[in-house]
Design a protein around this ligand. Structure first.
Ligand SMILES: Cc1cc2nc3c(=O)[nH]c(=O)nc-3n(C[C@H](O)[C@H](O)[C@H](O)COP(=O)(O)OP(=O)(O)OC[C@H]3O[C@@H](n4cnc5c(N)ncnc54)[C@H](O)[C@@H]3O)c2cc1C
Length: 420
């Protein structure tokens, strides 16, 4: 394992990247592409690479490297490029605060508290998992209730088993991957319980992690109660009605010692909030332009801090753009401002970026609210593309060319995903 170039902190940088996961590393490379000199990536962990180190399964890099890599392999490739480009990476460094003058207060292992200045900042702090408190599951508060990502860290990085018999609440990708991982470690996985009528993970993970291992998936079901004094002893599970309330007469108990929660990620935006950038209430991430610039001048963002991605390849692609634009900001070569706002319409939860320009091609990322087969994505009346299916768990990615916008004269373009 290699990490980035160690550095002695300077007082002023051209581009400072908060967070050294795949988003932060790609952003740093993007800034370097623009010829920016002093670039610094900061991460609170001992190694840059973010969540990838604990993802030892394959499935990363299919789009970007056209190969199936594990998370650590993907991180390693990026770290090697960062090292080659002589970008400074300072780990064991927590970004405690960023102010409007782009001064960053750092808590570092080596130098204590330091304040540095940046001409441009990229926010790349990733996301954290939702916990039991977010869904308020009734019952006692024993040990053995944990997030799926925490269990992944414990198993894959520290070599401990989280329990012997596990129930998983939520069908997010981390939970699905852990269902397979724990089964391979000899732990019994009693089932995955999903409150929605559809799964929340990628189809490939449903097949490869549940079907291939005969692990049952219960849709429209939830964990209605947790039992146990010191440690989880059992959970009560139940189907839910149309208002998602458990139906007590149909409930049953499952003896287990562990409950894993895979109920979604929340973009880690405490720093963004302190800084005052505007957040999208749907994504919980910053509102961004087509250059991934937030509503604060010179502050850019990329990766899970903006919206939750299913594939790391898109994190890298989007954050490379954020870094390139942070670089252009520093060199004074920023592209003309956007002139079209994207407005999520029928069956569209959100679109990123929030604004685009009619002059340049753009990759648009969006999520739908409900699954549909044989449908079309429509950008107002100027562009329609057929899709064979859409699924809330799978991000839709689409490139819009400027030629389609030639005949559009409004300022807001509605984006709809409708049945054909
Ligand atoms: C369990 C799991 C399984 C996955 N499986 C796949 C898969 O099979 N295929 C795939 O393509 N993708 C997968 N992904 C998705 C992919 O890993 C993520 O989309 C990607 O890691 C997000 O990158 P990021 O840089 O935005 O965030 P992260 O990887 O979370 O990195 C954020 C970094 O910011 C740092 N940070 C945060 N706040 C601060 C601060 N204040 N100061 C300093 N540092 C800070 C953190 O320490 C962290 O290193 C998986 C994700 C998870 C969680």
């Amino acid at each position: 394992m290699i990490t980035g170039r160690a550095t002695q902190l300077q007082g002023l940088y051209d581009v400072v990247v908060a967070g050294g996961g795949p988003a932060g590393l790609a952003a740093a490379l993007g800034a370097r592409e623009q010829g920016v000199e002093r670039i610094l990536v900061l991460d609170r962990e001992r190694e840059a690479g973010g969540i990838l180190w604990q993802c030892i399964h394959a499935g990363f890099g299919l789009h970007h490297f056209k190969e199936e890599l594990t998370g650590p392999e993907y991180a390693q490739r990026y770290l090697e490029q960062v090292l080659e480009k002589e970008i400074d990476v300072l780990t064991d460094t927590f970004v405690a605060d960023i102010d409007r003058d782009r001064r960053l207060k750092l808590m570092t292992g080596r130098e204590g508290i330091r304040v540095i200045e940046a001409k441009s900042v990229v926010l790349a702090m990733g996301a954290r998992e939702r916990t039991r408190g977010a869904v308020r599951i009734p019952g006692t508060r024993p040990a053995g209730v944990m997030t799926a990502g925490f269990a992944q860290k414990v198993v894959n990085l520290h070599g401990y088993l989280p329990g012997r018999k596990v129930v998983i609440l939520g069908s997010g990708d981390i939970g699905l991957i852990m269902a397979r991982r724990l089964t391979l470690e000899g732990i019994e996985v009693a089932g995955v319980f999903e409150i929605m009528p559809h799964a929340n993970g990628l189809s490939r993970n449903i097949v490869q992690c549940l079907h291939d291992f005969d692990i049952p998936l219960y849709l429209s079901h939830t964990v209605a109660e947790i039992h146990g004094r010191e440690r989880v002893e059992k959970v009560t599970v139940a189907p839910v009605d149309e208002r998602m309330r458990p139906i007590p007469e149909k409930a049953w108990d499952i003896e287990c010692d562990t409950l894993l929660l895979s109920i979604g990620l929340i973009p880690e935006n405490e720093l963004s909030r302190q800084l005052g950038v505007r957040l999208d209430p749907v994504t919980n991430g910053p509102i961004v332009s087509s250059g991934m610039e937030t509503t604060m001048d010179g502050v850019f963002a990329g990766g899970n801090v903006v919206h939750i991605h299913d594939l790391v390849d898109f994190v890298s692609q989007e954050s490379l753009l954020a870094g390139r634009n942070a670089g252009l900001y520093v060199t004074g070569n920023r592209p003309p401002a956007d002139n079209i706002r994207l407005s999520p319409g029928e069956n569209v939860a959100y679109c990123v970026p929030h604004t685009i320009s009619s002059e340049r091609p753009h990759t648009i990322y969006l999520r739908v609210r409900r699954p549909l087969e044989k449908c079309s994505i429509r950008f107002g009346t100027v562009l329609e593309k057929k899709l064979s299916y859409v699924f809330p768990a799978e991000m839709v990615t689409l490139t819009v060319q400027p030629k389609f916008l030639e005949n559009f004269h409004g300022d807001a373009l509605s984006v709809d995903v409708v049945a054909r």
